[in-house]
Design a protein around this ligand. Structure first.
Ligand SMILES: O=P(O)(O)OC[C@H]1O[C@H](OP(=O)(O)OP(=O)(O)O)[C@H](O)[C@@H]1O
Ligand SMILES: Nc1nc2[nH]cnc2c(=O)[nH]1
Length: 196
């Protein structure tokens, strides 16, 4: 069984094309942090912003960006998924909702990728519905679909082509969230992995 997963995981990367190097990924994280630091510099707001990482994909992005933020904040996570182990999105499933009150607060939502925008549209709507004062969306990557999305990110680290990508928190069939760079998986390898 281990051999099956080992071979499958490696086969998926066989014809992968680089989208961003590890250095470019880190530069993108830095740009997101700079914009957030600028926004929250000398803030007059009474309470600290609440940063919510959208698990699981945002775990790596969140871990890299948080130490670069230089303003006081609160942190928690929500867990929302719509792709599961697939390469196409389905229904948005909430696994963990905000565990503390968001009422009256400024929320910074951190996510790894804005693709079709269904996930973050629902996240934003739900947080505003729960009384959040403002929801600022910061994503590591925004996929260029060439069409309007149901929600826009306020802060984007990297705009990427319309390919299925892995690395820096993003998985392909559960593998390779741990890659430090970003790779586009070949459609043929994606398909082959579903037939095994
Ligand atoms: O813009 P959308 O088309 O809605 O897709 C974006 C969402 O897809 C990914 O999550 P996924 O459902 O794969 O779960 P994961 O975070 O556990 O990987 C990613 O982390 C975003 O939250
Ligand atoms: N791994 C991964 N997850 C996604 N969720 C939405 N788009 C993507 C993508 O391109 N790659």
């Amino acid at each position: 069984m281990q051999d099956f997963h080992h071979n499958r995981a490696h086969a998926l990367l066989e014809h992968a094309e680089p989208v961003a190097t590890a250095e470019e990924v880190q530069a993108a994280v830095g740009r997101v942090a700079d914009q957030l630091n600028l926004r929250f510099r000398d803030t007059e707001e009474a309470s600290f912003p609440l940063v919510l990482g959208v698990m699981g994909g945002a775990v790596v992005f969140t871990g890299h960006v948080l130490p670069l933020l230089d303003f006081p904040l609160e942190f928690d996570y929500i867990h929302v998924t719509r792709y599961g182990d697939e390469d196409k999105g389905g229904q948005v499933v909430w696994k963990v909702i905000p565990r503390q009150s968001v009422e009256g607060k400024t929320i910074i939502v951190l996510d790894d990728i804005l693709d079709e925008g269904e996930t973050l549209a629902q996240v934003k709507e739900r947080l505003l519905g729960m009384g959040a004062k403002e929801v600022i969306i910061a994503v590591f990557a925004d996929k260029d679909l060439g069409r309007k999305k149901p929600v826009q990110a306020d802060i984007v680290g990297l705009t990427i082509p319309n390919r299925f990508v892995v690395g820096f928190g993003m998985d392909v069939y559960g593998y390779w969230r741990n890659l430090p760079a970003l790779w586009a998986i070949s459609p043929e390898d994606l398909k082959a992995a579903t037939l095994e």
